[in-house]
Design a protein around this ligand. Structure first.
Ligand code: ZN
Length: 67
């Protein structure tokens, strides 16, 4: 008797990262897999843009990766 039971644990591959805006130096936490462009809260510069998977950093640099 073959058991075809699979246990799938939904593991979140996404995470939050702390980025620094290259324009004004503001640091903020954004979602690694953003599905929408994230903007700097201070100057409004687009920090990341969605690519369908992992978000691409545009005008930001990673300061720290949070969990
Ligand atoms: Zn900024």
């Amino acid at each position: 008797m073959v058991k075809k039971r699979k246990i799938l644990i939904p593991e979140p591959k996404s995470r939050f990262i702390r980025v620094k805006c290259k324009q004004c130096g503001n640091e903020q936490v954004i979602f690694d897999h953003a599905t929408f462009p994230a903007r700097c809260l201070v100057c409004g510069t687009v920090l990341v843009r969605p690519t369908g998977g992992k978000a691409e950093l545009v005008n930001a640099e990673i300061v720290k990766i949070l969990g």
